[in-house]
Ligand binder design. Structure first.
Ligand SMILES: [Fe+2]
Length: 229
């Protein structure tokens, strides 16, 4: 199992004055075993600016992951393709856009390991969107779940993750304007809850008040090192 995980938010809806920002989501996941780019925001120029400003070396990336085919998650892969032609991207559906840009999309259906101790939930559907999420086994702490926009429901994703790999240590990403009941389910299953991207201010506020000891604040440029100290 991986011993540590470093999450670097390349872009989130929430701005950071030292970086560029727009509506979108992209997060770099580094571990002691591999480096993976999860989603790639909307704008290639924002990805390029923030990747350079954050000192990220794209040549270190082993693979990429696309949660779902919406432009605020795949748009910036155009920039990635200029630096890393042929990079494998695990995708939940068939679409030609990444291949046209010179990347190597690999379509997944069911849950499977994509890198050592990193498993896709398998494709889940909701609101007419095919989407998958990533679960990483963190040694001694449970699993870390990274989501894109949670069209299948953030409560359903956390339950699926729990079924697949047991206790959830942290969940981060877009929760898609969830209800309080959905957030209660997430908080029940996960030690830390990090609503980002399309979660909305109301969801962030609710978690920060109702589950203060679980909440973590995410914005563009946020770095989280796990396990939490
Ligand atoms: Fe989104």
């Amino acid at each position: 199992m991986v011993k540590w995980i470093k999450l670097t938010v390349i872009n989130d809806n929430k701005p950071n004055s030292s970086l560029l920002n727009d509506w979108g989501w992209s997060i770099l996941i580094e571990t002691d075993k591999w480096v993976l780019l999860y989603d790639a925001d909307t704008e290639p120029r924002i990805m390029e600016n923030n990747i350079k400003a954050l000192g990220i070396d794209l040549n270190r990336i082993d693979a990429a992951f696309l949660s779902h085919y919406h432009a605020d998650h795949y748009g910036g892969f155009k920039y990635i393709s200029e630096i890393r032609r042929g990079l494998i991207v695990y995708v939940p559906d068939v679409d030609d856009v990444l291949r046209r840009w010179g990347l190597n999309p690999v379509t997944v259906r069911d849950s499977k390991e994509v890198l050592e101790d990193a498993v896709t939930t398998g494709v889940m559907s909701g609101m007419g969107v095919y989407e998958h999420s990533l679960i990483i086994k963190l040694s001694g702490y449970g699993s870390v779940v990274v989501v894109g926009c949670s069209h299948p429901g953030i409560d359903n994703i956390v339950k699926r993750s729990h079924e697949l790999l047991g206790d959830v240590y942290l969940i981060i990403g877009g929760f898609h304007g969830p209800s309080r009941q959905q957030l209660d389910v997430v908080a029940k299953y996960s030690r830390y809850v990090c609503p980002a991207h399309c979660s909305g201010d109301e969801a962030r506020h609710y978690v920060s008040v109702a589950y203060r000891d679980k909440y973590c604040d995410v914005k563009t440029g946020t770095v989280i090192i796990l396990p939490m100290s």
